[in-house]
Design a protein around this ligand. Structure first.
Ligand SMILES: [Zn+2]
Length: 288
């Protein structure tokens, strides 16, 4: 059989397997048109099959039911539940927390617990460092947050190309003593490696470019509350050192959540850095 013949047969098989999940209909009626986190549960009471988030739980869940690619998950699902949040931020934080804790079978996309890395620069050659090696919440010489070492080095190379910096002096390639690098001959390196510019000139352009992507350390003395006002409710997100400790309805309930996090929380950092730094939310410092 050639390829042309086999393709339609696969389509037919997928269509035959997918059937609208009638057995989930009883749960659809009550789905709220609000932001929050939703759960597809199978036979197990303890572990959901899938956890998702949306600013509109109802429309998002309905779109799952119409997705043939998710037929296997839908067939195994027995019921749907949800938790409403004040807004999108609360949904993001709660989803990330629950997926990490429960690792549902069908959340493959987010299952890997990736180790993010950053660039450490203290005047010598920049180094790629991981959150397990360096305390990201306390080290002031960190620049950028990257998915992996390759992405960090790629950024370093892009900066070098834009600023005509020397790959050799940045540690991206080795230099032969007494000779300029290959890129300096092509004028892609301004020549700090062969005396055409000083190390200081080179480093100041490098620092200015790095400064634009500096990793923000935790800028408060202790924990804070971020107020998220939604159409039907207001939540206070209690956060310390980029770790989301939970959400409460009143600041008076915050004390129950307060604890000192063990270290830098990169999931929290990724979700919270922009909202916390944007000035768009009311932030209250909490005394411990
Ligand atoms: Zn050079």
């Amino acid at each position: 059989m050639n390829r042309r013949q086999s393709a339609p047969r696969l389509d037919f098989e997928a269509a035959a397997i997918y059937e609208y999940p009638e057995h989930l209909r009883p749960w659809l009626e009550a789905l709220p048109k609000q932001s929050g986190v939703y759960f597809f549960h199978g036979e197990s009471e303890a572990m959901p099959l899938y956890i998702g988030k949306s600013v509109n739980i109802r429309s998002r869940v309905l779109s799952h039911l119409r997705t043939p690619d998710e037929a296997a998950m839908l067939r195994q699902s027995r019921r749907i539940t949800w938790i409403c949040t004040a807004g999108e931020l609360g949904a993001l934080l709660l989803e990330a927390r629950l997926i990490k804790e429960q690792q549902p079978l069908f959340n493959k996309r987010l299952r890997r617990n990736r180790q993010l890395c950053s660039l450490l620069f203290k005047g010598d050659k920049p180094q790629v460092v991981y959150a397990r090696e360096v305390d990201f919440s306390a080290e002031p010489g960190l620049y950028g947050l990257f998915a992996n070492r390759r992405a960090a080095l790629q950024t370093l190379q892009t900066i070098a190309d834009e600023e005509k910096l020397c790959y050799g002096l940045l540690g991206l390639e080795s230099l032969t003593r007494g000779r300029g690098c290959f890129r300096s001959a092509l004028r892609r390196c301004a020549g700090a490696c062969c005396g055409k510019e000083t190390q200081e000139e080179h480093d100041s352009r490098f620092l200015a470019a790095m400064e634009r992507m500096r990793l923000v350390c935790w800028p408060w003395k202790g924990p804070i509350a971020l107020e998220e006002v939604g159409p039907t409710m207001t939540h206070y997100h209690i956060i310390h050192n980029w770790l989301w400790l939970g959400a409460v309805n009143n600041l008076s309930e915050a004390a129950d959540l307060l604890r000192t996090p063990a270290g830098f929380d990169h999931d929290g950092y990724k979700i919270l850095c922009k909202p916390l730094m944007s000035g768009a939310y009311t932030i209250t410092e909490l005394n411990q």
